[in-house]
Write a new protein. Structure first.
Length: 277
């Protein structure tokens, strides 16, 4: 659980639109001399669904956190469009158009579902502290717009019945969708999804697959880390495979499914050196 008191809104850096939307160039990260991510490069094209996959310990989580700004790279660069974001904080990257969901859900225990999504919308607000303090007409207008957007997003992810419910009274599947609605409320260009199907039953996983596809159709680019290969192969257009921290393969689902190196990695036929984080 996190508190609203921990939030700090920072100014958005100026970024010009470009293709590819995200570029990872020679990214590496070492922990105690062991490379968890080793010279990885790939590009994410706008409005497509991309996936990062690999055996347990392949470096997926570390790479995801490098892109999100949770940890800093030992080497390499991260670009969002034409904007260099390698040195930016997670908050600055969010303001630049990068949002993420979490495998270990980050929820505001004191807020209802509607209020949580409104908070996501306010992260894009330009209202100053003084305007907020004196509740000016622009602030009231911003609040009304955030409310309407939050209501629409709760309907969009199909949890509108929980609008006035707090997280501790919501089922896990609904919390997953609340996390997505909160991220979408900030109007991201790129949405990083961390294990969106983890902990879901088959019916919930199928519904999650459909929601991810709908988000991309609405114009939001998706990069996901996911262990459910059935979901990945059915929704991702481009797949990057990691093994021992290095990029093993990249391509469409059919190409990845037939790749002998990928098959060996998943069946444990590769080298025996210790896997990374």
């Amino acid at each position: 659980m996190i508190s609203t008191a921990q939030l700090r809104i920072e100014p958005a850096p100026v970024c010009e639109p470009a293709r590819p939307l995200l570029e990872v160039r020679g990214l590496s990260r070492a922990f105690g001399g062991v490379k968890a991510v080793d010279d990885v490069s790939f590009a994410v094209i706008g409005t497509r669904i991309h996936a990062l996959i690999g055996p347990n310990g392949a470096g997926k989580t570390t790479l995801f956190n490098l892109v999100a700004g949770v940890i800093a790279p030992s080497a390499g660069r991260v670009l969002l469009g034409e904007c260099e974001v390698t040195e930016l904080s997670t908050a600055e990257r969010a303001r630049a158009g990068l949002q993420r969901t979490f495998q270990n859900l980050q929820v505001f225990s004191e807020l209802t579902a509607l209020e949580s999504v409104m908070l996501g919308a306010h992260l894009r607000s330009e209202a100053s502290f003084l305007k907020a303090l004196f509740n000016t007409p622009s602030v009231r207008r911003s609040n009304a717009e955030a409310h309407d957007r939050a209501e629409a997003l709760l309907v969009r992810v199909r949890i509108e019945s929980y609008r006035h419910v707090r997280p501790d009274a919501m089922p896990y599947g609904a919390l997953k969708r609340l996390d997505i609605a909160r991220a979408l409320a900030a109007d991201p260009k790129l949405l990083l999804m961390d294990e969106p199907a983890a902990g879901l039953n088959p019916a919930e996983t199928a519904a999650m697959r459909d929601l991810i596809a709908d988000i991309a159709r609405d114009g939001v680019t998706v990069l996901l880390v996911e262990h459910d290969m059935k979901l990945v192969m059915s929704v991702a257009e481009v797949i990057v495979v990691l093994d021992y921290g290095r990029k093993l393969a990249e391509g469409g689902p059919d190409e990845i499914r037939r790749n002998p190196e990928v098959i060996r990695a998943y069946l444990g036929g590769g080298t025996t050196r210790r896997r990374q984080r």
